[in-house]
Design a protein around this ligand. Structure first.
Ligand code: C2E
Ligand code: MG
Ligand code: MG
Ligand code: MG
Length: 285
């Protein structure tokens, strides 16, 4: 009896593993053609200055419009795309799409000045990443002063000296660099000083409890101090309530992003939204 029960359990385990494995293979196959099929979309989430109340930029976030599964969020396919290497192709599509949007907004005088996009470690480590990025924005006639490159804390801690030099170069040419998901990786504080950075994005997990926990507030205050110390601006991610925003403002956080004032939106909805919001002077530096 025990044996058959064990056998049954084992069988269930294998079945779910097999199903997971199959799902993964299906996803890999579908991803391989998704760029060519035009199945990706970008949604844009505004960033708000707590100092001026103006929309100062936006982050572009990837969605996969799967024919059967609907809008698939990135955490369901980015890691698979990284493992198969298809992430480079997807990443190039993201940059081309951001470039095309910025170029069209220049003509219509719409949208914010700067758009941020996410770059995964696998993309960043490729030798042709920065040349490709420069080529895409140059061909679109979009200045690098209109983009922000987001790399995660853990990516930044591991990247090579050559990559750091490329990052410094692109910053000199006008792009800004943001350290994403700060507070989730293993930061080497000494190295933080050496990174060519403009902004640090506080991860959602750091700010989640700030309205209810004094300890959480103390931690955020200390992190803000640290980020100040390396001359970076602060962006708080995933701010969901006015109470959180108020505390962050009091603590000296410059910018927020989050559902409290806007969800990520497709381009047309985003432009309609920003046309009603206070915008930063487009001619300002
Ligand atoms: P991220 O770069 O840290 O992006 C912020 C995530 O927080 C987004 O999730 C956004 O929709 C979500 N968010 C924004 N406001 C709120 C809020 O108030 N509450 C909560 N709970 N969440 C909020 P999303 O779009 O699902 O993206 C997840 C992650 O996928 C991103 O985290 C980023 O690491 C990655 N990703 C997204 N687009 C790309 C891309 O084009 N390339 C690469 N390599 N990674 C991407
Ligand atoms: Mg990001
Ligand atoms: Mg983040
Ligand atoms: Mg994240």
């Amino acid at each position: 009896r025990a044996k058959s029960r064990g056998g049954h359990g084992h069988c269930l385990f294998s079945d779910s593993l097999a199903a997971e494995h199959q799902h993964r293979i299906d996803t890999e196959k579908a991803l391989a053609d998704a760029v060519e099929r035009g199945e990706f979309r970008l949604v844009l989430q505004p960033q708000l200055s707590l100092v001026s109340g103006a929309v100062t930029g936006a982050e572009a976030l990837l969605r996969w419009k799967h024919p059967l599964r609907g809008m698939v969020p990135p955490n369901q396919f980015i890691s698979i795309a990284e493992q198969t290497g298809i992430i480079s192709e997807i990443g190039e599509w993201v940059m081309a799409e951001v470039a095309a949007m910025l170029a069209s907004w220049s003509e219509t005088q719409e949208g914010p000045k700067r758009v941020a996009f996410n770059v995964s470690p696998r993309q960043l480590e490729r030798q042709d990443f920065f040349p490709k990025l420069r080529q895409i924005f140059a061909e679109a006639g979009v200045g690098l002063d209109r983009i922000e490159i987001e790399i995660t804390e853990s990516t930044a801690m591991e990247c090579s000296q050559a990559t750091l030099a490329e990052m410094a170069d692109i910053r000199r040419d006008g792009a800004t660099i943001a350290l994403d998901d700060f507070g989730t990786g293993y930061s080497n504080i000494a190295r933080l000083r050496q990174l060519p950075l403009d902004r640090v994005k506080l991860d959602q997990s750091l700010i989640h409890d700030i309205t209810t926990s004094e300890q959480a507030r103390n931690v955020v205050q200390a992190v803000i101090q640290l980020v100040r110390g390396v001359d970076c601006e602060l962006v708080a991610e995933a701010v969901e309530t006015v109470a959180q925003a108020d505390i962050l403002r009091t603590m000296g956080c410059e910018t927020i992003q989050g559902f409290v004032f806007a969800q990520p939106m497709l381009e047309q909805e985003f432009l309609a939204w920003t046309s009603h919001a206070v915008s930063e002077d487009r001619s300002a530096a």
